[in-house]
Structure formats: structure tokens, C-alpha cells
Design a protein around this ligand. Sequence first.
Ligand SMILES: C[S@@+](CC[C@H](N)C(=O)[O-])C[C@H]1O[C@@H](n2cnc3c(N)ncnc32)[C@H](O)[C@@H]1O
Length: 292
Amino acid sequence: MPSSLNLDSYKQAIADSYDRRSSTYDEGEWRKLICEHLLSYSQVHKRQAVLDIGTGTGYLAIAVAKKVGSQGSVVGVDLSSKMLNQARSKVKEIKLSNIQFQLADAEKLDYQDACFDYVLCANTFPWISDKETTLKSWYRFLKPGGRIAVHTPADTAYVGSVVLRRVLATHNIELEPSNRLGSIEQCKELFATAGFRNIEIKQEQHGRYISFESASAYWKSIVEAPTALSLKISDDISQCSPTQLAEIKSEFEAALVTQQTEEGIWDNLTTLYVLGQKPDVNQPSSYKDESQ
Ligand SMILES: C[S@@+](CC[C@H](N)C(=O)[O-])C[C@H]1O[C@@H](n2cnc3c(N)ncnc32)[C@H](O)[C@@H]1O
């Protein structure tokens, strides 16, 4: 695996953004909760070979390595070398030998066919640009009967970004074109098109009331700040005059105000866990396709 990657500007911005956040990334509890829920839905078990996509600082990969045991193995891939450095130092400290981390773009992996029992992906799938093609490649890496478990926020999650997307759309500016998966049905269709069967979607609601300030902070992080997210819309935004931008911002804030209640603004944090399986052609009789 290479020690550096030749990335396009979108991917480079993601890598840079996570490089910057790597030393404090583990302070957040929300992502750990997601990893734990994904792992429990997945039912990964002993002796399995697991690929962890967008492994970051290795929270999920390490938990999986303990679960699959010494006869199992885990490969964690990520675009950000600094996130991987954090992961490697944790593994060194706890002396786990069945886990390795590779600097790689999850959309350009070149593993052999049928070499993993499980593909896991937590807190990362929205970043994948070409979701269908990428899922097809992950499908290829799975052994027959192998499984996938992918976490993704639903379309309704993060009210600030949902409202901003709607307001920008009225100005013909598309926010995060490939970021979310859409409805449950679209989600199922995407995984079925990639070849997966027995598709099941677990939903959780982590919604809460947030302040107007938190909801409106999306303006700064998406439109003003030079983050990976803003890259997707920066071309369109750069065409806007300061007056137009001020107008869009006040429309955004006015739209948020309409959602204000005494408790705050409801942030519908629906979280989806998509589970699927690669059919095992050698076992047609026991194979039950529940996705049909
Ligand atoms: C929010 S973090 C999640 C880390 C870890 N899965 C967790 O839940 O703690 C997203 C990670 O995905 C990585 N990532 C984003 N796009 C990627 C891609 N195309 N290939 C590999 N890694 C990617 C980022 O560098 C970042 O480390």
C-alpha cells in the first residue's frame, strides 16, 4: 500500500480535514455509539476476515479485532494518514496482532475477489462519491454468503444542513449532491443494484432539540469555511455576489426561525444501519432472499 495517495481535490480536502481533526477525534462520543450499534447489528463473529471502510482512529476496527479473535483478521482503510497514525498507536499499545491499517481510497481498492467475510462502514458512507460503483467493488471483495453493514444518517438528519439544502436549491445551488442515501426505499434499491440480498435496514432515532445558534452554524461550516463539505458547492457559491449571499443567508435563518419552538429546533437525527448479504450460489436451497 502507498505511503501517500494521489487524490482529487474533493478527496484531498476530506483527508486534510480529518488530518487536522485526528488528535481530538476520539473525544466525540456520538461516533463511538454508532460504531457499537453497527457492530451489534452486524453480528460479526470469531475467525472472520473483516474490512473496515473509513476506519479513522480505529475505534470500530479494534472492537472488531477483539471480536474475531486471533484466528480472524481486520483491515482498516482510510484516506487520512494522521487518523491512521492514531489507530496504529492504539493497536501498538494494546498489542493486537490481527489488525492492519492501510492508507487507501475506499473507492479504489484492489483486493482480490472473495477475500473478506464482512465489510463494515461507520460514519463514512456519505463521503463516498460514486456509491453504486463502490458498493459493487465491496461486493466483489466479499466471499459468497459474506455480509455488509453500513451506517448512514437519514435524509432528515442534521436540521441545519437539511434547511440549508432546501434554501440553496431555490437558488439552483446543489448541496452535497451525492452525500445522503435518500429514502429507505432508495437505500434498499442502491444495495440491491450492487448485488446484495437479504437487505434489512435498522432505524434509530437520536433526535433532540438544538439551539438556533447550533442549527444556523451550518452556514459557517458549509458555505463560509474551507472544509471538505463546502468544496462540493464552492463553485456555485463563488458565482454569487455578496448581496446574493446575504440574501440566501437571511432566507436560511428565516426558515430556521419558523421551526423554533419553546424547547428549541427539533433535529430529526434518524440513523440508518443497512445490512445485506452476498448470495452464496453453492447453497441455493438454504438461501432466503428477503429483499424481494
Ligand atoms: C467520521 S470519520 C469515521 C471514522 C470511524 N469509522 C469511526 O466511526 O470512528 C470518517 C473517516 O472516513 C474517511 N474517509 C472518507 N472518505 C474516504 C474514502 N473515500 N476512502 C477512505 N477513507 C475515507 C475519513 O478520512 C475519516 O477518517
